[in-house]
Write a protein that binds this ligand. Structure first.
Ligand code: PLP
Length: 398
């Protein structure tokens, strides 16, 4: 193993989904967004964990992502949030995948579908991304779906643009607009069984936005929708990323580190090299800004983050040595992984050993370098860091 790996805590995901269900109005269903490879966690394991935690539906961005779940034997309700072109609709129908009618099929001509295609109508209430902007057009689309014997009207939905911003009235205004559209559908006798609006932030912000189903992504993976958002239940980060120290070296005062020589040592400095870089999803903007945990302490990233490696200053961690395990984000690495113990293990049992020791250490409630914090240092959001975790980073599922 290269020495870069992620531990994905599927039990945490399951518990998160269960905890989020606990704050829903009675009878409200929970869809977990597993698009983009389960926000980087792996679509299939994330989907299985969500379903085990009580989700009844899954959300993806494309038909291809939906079919990946079906191929893995997952038969729960799956909704494609994005636009599926007309040629893909019979494929979706055959796979029992729900699709989003975003505005344009009626004019494209939809091939016959068997069994009936399950359709959700999307309305744009203030995101300006996809969906009908006009209620009359949305109603006509619903009538079009009703008129087809090979289509079933399953849902009506919209998406919130800033539900995580408590100071903004944008989300309440979207929710009001959406409620008016739902009323218009009801008045026309076209209200589908699944009316849905809320993402994670919307779910936590107002029970009146729950309707029939909530679509939860980020918080199922254990993160708040934004840094200071008050989450009303306990969430545990599911993604943990580690890198084994490759080399430790002394630099004299005045030497430079990395491409562009952007870091110059102000003292004799011990530098540790980690096998993780921007091609793994550790953004280059974290150069001279990020921190990792080593032997329980925070150490700064020095110099530019390279494609496959980066350097950290371990002068203040004298016991740090090659073969130790740095926590890039997530739970502080168990001490039993240090001193080359992890790399000394070979073969199939290493994954099991990592999982067992991870669980044992977790029970001691060690410190956590949260993705929210790393995202803040990187001027981005936890979503982006999760999704950026490259396929080449080995994922171990516990
Ligand atoms: C249509 C839709 N619904 C729900 C979600 C889940 O949002 P969050 O991860 O903020 O809970 C997303 C993700 O962006 C989405 O695109």
């Amino acid at each position: 193993m290269r020495g870069t790996f992620a531990v994905i805590d599927t039990r945490a995901m399951e518990d998160n989904v269960r905890a989020i269900r606990g704050v829903l109005r009675p009878g409200v269903q929970l869809l977990t967004a597993v698009k983009a490879g389960g926000y980087g966690h792996g679509a299939v394991p994330a989907a299985r964990a969500a379903l085990a935690g009580g989700a009844t539906a899954l959300g993806v961005a494309s038909l291809e992502e939906a079919l990946e779940l079906r191929r893995a034997g997952i038969d729960a309700q799956v909704l494609v949030f994005g636009r599926v072109p007309a040629v893909g609709l019979p494929v979706a129908a055959a796979a029992g995948v729900d699709v989003t009618l975003t505005s344009d099929w009626a004019t494209e001509g939809v091939p016959p579908c068997s069994p009936a295609l399950r359709v959700h109508i999307k309305v744009d209430t203030g995101m300006a991304r996809l969906g009908f902007r006009d209620t009359a057009d949305a109603l006509r689309a619903a009538e079009f779906v009703q008129s087809r014997s090979d289509m079933e009207l399953v849902g009506l939905f919209s998406h919130l643009a800033c539900a995580d911003d408590l100071a903004s009235d944008h989300a309440p205004r979207q929710a009001e607009r959406f409620a008016a559209i739902v009323n218009a559908f009801e008045a026309a006798g076209l209200r589908p069984p699944q009316v849905h609006l809320a993402n994670s932030a919307g779910t936590f912000r107002s029970a009146s936005w729950h309707h029939d189903l909530v679509r939860v992504g980020i918080s199922a993976y254990g993160l708040p929708p934004s840094a200071d958002f008050p989450v009303p239940c306990t969430l545990t980060q599911a993604m943990h990323v580690y890198a084994v120290v490759q080399r430790v070296a002394w630099l004299d005062e005045g030497e430079t580190v990395g491409y562009g020589a952007t870091f110059r040592t102000a003292r004799r400095t011990r530098v540790a090299t980690l096998p993780i870089g921007y091609a793994d999803g550790y953004h280059r903007v974290l150069s001279n800004r990020g921190q990792v945990l080593l032997r329980g302490r925070r150490v700064p990233v020095i110099g530019r983050v390279c494609m496959d490696q980066m350097m950290v200053d371990v002068t203040d961690v004298p016991e740090a040595a090659a073969g130790d395990v740095a926590t890039v984000y997530g739970m502080a690495a168990p001490d039993v992984w240090n001193g080359g113990a992890l790399q000394a293990r070979t073969g199939a049992d290493v994954a099991q050993w990592i999982c067992d020791t991870f669980r044992a250490h977790q029970a001691t409630q060690p410190s956590v370098l949260s993705l929210t914090e790393v995202a803040r240092a990187a001027d981005t959001i936890s979503y982006e860091l999760m999704c950026a975790l490259a396929p080449r980073v080995v994922r171990l599922y516990v």
